[in-house]
Write a protein that binds this ligand. Structure first.
Ligand SMILES: Nc1nc2c(c(=O)[nH]1)N[C@H]1C(S)=C(S)[C@@H](COP(=O)(O)O)O[C@H]1N2
Ligand SMILES: [Mo]
Length: 514
């Protein structure tokens, strides 16, 4: 026989589990409905995206530092934990008084629905998945209680001091199976709806010159001169990658222009296209960090596109780019038009843009951090002023004009690694987009800076590989590197955080030589 306390603890736990299970079933049903209608309106994604947007910058910076690209998963995971705790509370409340318990569940779905319709670029249909979640979760919880109550009055094989295990187990198992099935179906529908990214790309009117062999072919551990497309870093605010149908996609140029212009993908492919080797860098990259990549971009010069609309540079001082979901990125107009190779890119490393990197088109502006230039999934460029309109990161107080800082990174040896003594290759990359790298120096154990050998020059907008042959004696050693651009400016040794205009400082690692 169970003691009354154990019985009541078991009773609480059981009802908490009902709350959680009912909520999970509701979320899975909503996810499936969203997959069939508006994927971003799935309650998990809608709440998650809002949390990402509302996360204060210092916390977001911390999350990126701690968890890298998994930062969003961690933020959203925390939200899910909170929701499930509330769901458990709803279950326990419902055990005493059913209506308030059910209302908590409906309220949770209501919040998700509200956030879904408040998302930029959302429509009235976006509330449907949350409604489905409310109905399915509340009904499931109600039904679980019925099954539980029935068990409590009917004599059970255990002797009548609890609900029939069989009924409860069957009901819970059935709901769990339904949740898993709907979740899997939702995933399948989403990937089916995504379709392919194969588009016919034009041959560049102005092709890039042949690409040199990189140092990575000779020295292990140095970053490849061209980043393979699949390895290119990814930084954006999106939880799910936008699926853009290239046939209905358009790019509109409006605002302070002589005439509003709308271009299709086909229109872009018929314009003058150029191929350029450009290194992209994220402002969130810490000194020595991974958010930097070099690729060959195929695109239409930004100037040509803006000229079609006829820009009024006496009024506008920014290009406000908008993506398919209403996310905005600002770019200083004078910088974009100062003669650098600013592009609307439609190709990367010989193929179309991958969906994660902006398919079907994105902006690329050499020398500016991605958050003020590299708008992915771009659909609109509005010529306007910083005073009139503010982009996503401008509202979060990041810098408006954010040129990429001169920086360099040690790729090999790895920090805290141990290497056999003798001739050791110290190597890495350095970048100073716009001006180009003139020199990289290495400092061992705080001694004088020694010049490193540079790898092949690609373009001044591209990073440069470097290496130094070092006669390494056994023991612990500190290795630092710094770059100098072709204007003679040396990489700053003043440590700065990524916020608000990019990190600075010199990377110094500790290695052990055996
Ligand atoms: N639509 C959209 N474009 C975006 C972003 C974003 O969040 N949304 N992130 C920007 C940032 S911060 C950077 S560093 C680059 C990264 O481009 P990548 O993911 O192709 O490396 O994209 C930029 N373009
Ligand atoms: Mo970025």
């Amino acid at each position: 026989m169970q003691t009354p306390e154990r019985q009541s603890r078991w009773h609480l736990l059981r009802h908490a589990a009902y709350g959680v299970l009912a909520t999970v079933v509701g979320l899975a049903a909503a996810h499936l409905v969203a997959a069939l209608t508006v994927p971003a309106a799935s309650p998990v994604l809608a709440v998650g995206s809002t949390v990402i947007d509302l996360t204060p910058t210092p916390l977001k910076e911390w999350a990126i530092r701690q968890f890298g690209t998994a930062d969003k998963l961690v933020l959203v995971g925390s939200v899910i934990v909170v929701v499930l705790v509330l769901a458990a509370v709803a279950g326990v409340v419902a055990a005493r008084r059913e209506t308030p318990g059910l209302l908590i569940v409906v309220g949770l779905a209501g919040i998700a629905g509200l956030l879904a319709v408040l998302r930029p670029g959302s429509g009235p249909l976006d509330v449907v998945p949350a409604l489905v979640a409310a109905v399915v979760a509340a009904t499931s919880l109600w039904w679980l209680h019925r099954v539980d109550d029935r068990g409590s009055v009917e004599p059970s094989p255990q002797g009548g001091d609890g609900p029939t295990r069989r009924g409860v187990v069957l009901a819970s198992g059935g709901l769990a199976a339904a949740a898993v099935t709907m979740g899997a179906l939702g995933r399948w529908v989403t990937s089916y709806r995504l379709g392919g990214t194969d588009v016919a790309l034009p041959v560049a009117t102005d092709p890039a010159s042949s690409f040199p062999a990189g140092l990575e072919e000779m020295y292990d551990g140095i970053t490849p001169l061209r980043t393979p497309t699949a390895d290119f870093y990814r930084v954006d605010t999106r939880l799910s990658v936008p699926a853009v149908d290239v046939d209905s996609w358009t790019l509109t140029i409006d605002g302070d222009v002589e005439r509003e212009v709308t271009l299709t993908f086909d229109d872009l492919t018929k314009m003058r296209t150029v191929e350029r080797d450009i290194t992209l860098t994220c402002v969130s990259n810490e000194v020595g960090g991974p958010y930097v990549g070099g690729a060959r971009w195929l695109g239409v010069p930004l100037r040509d596109i803006l000229d079609r609309a006829g820009i009024d540079a006496t009024k506008a001082d920014q290009i406000l780019s908008t993506d398919v979901d209403g996310m905005t990125i600002s770019t200083p107009l004078d910088v974009a038009l100062d003669g650098r190779d600013a592009l609307i890119a439609i190709g990367m490393n010989g193929g179309p843009l991958p969906r994660t990197n902006g398919f079907p088109a994105r902006m690329v502006v050499p020398g500016l951090y991605g958050f003020v230039s590299a708008c992915k999934w771009i659909t609109r460029m509005t010529l306007t002023t910083y005073e009139a309109e503010q982009a996503y990161w401008t509202e979060r107080e990041w810098a408006i004009d954010a040129p990429i800082k001169i920086s360099s990174r040690i790729d090999t040896p790895k920090p805290l690694s141990s290497t056999a003594g003798g001739k050791v290759i110290v190597g890495g990359i350095a970048w100073a987009q716009g001006v180009g790298i003139d020199k990289v120096e290495v400092r061992i154990d705080g001694e004088a800076w020694r010049p490193a050998q540079l790898g092949p020059q690609v373009t001044d907008d591209y990073w440069r590989q470097w290496y130094l042959e070092w006669d390494a004696e056994p023991g612990r050693h500190l290795i630092a590197c710094r770059a100098t651009n072709k204007d003679g400016d040396v990489q700053s040794d003043v440590r700065m955080t990524p916020f608000p205009e990019g990190s600075s400082g010199v990377q110094e690692i500790s290695v052990s030589i055996t």
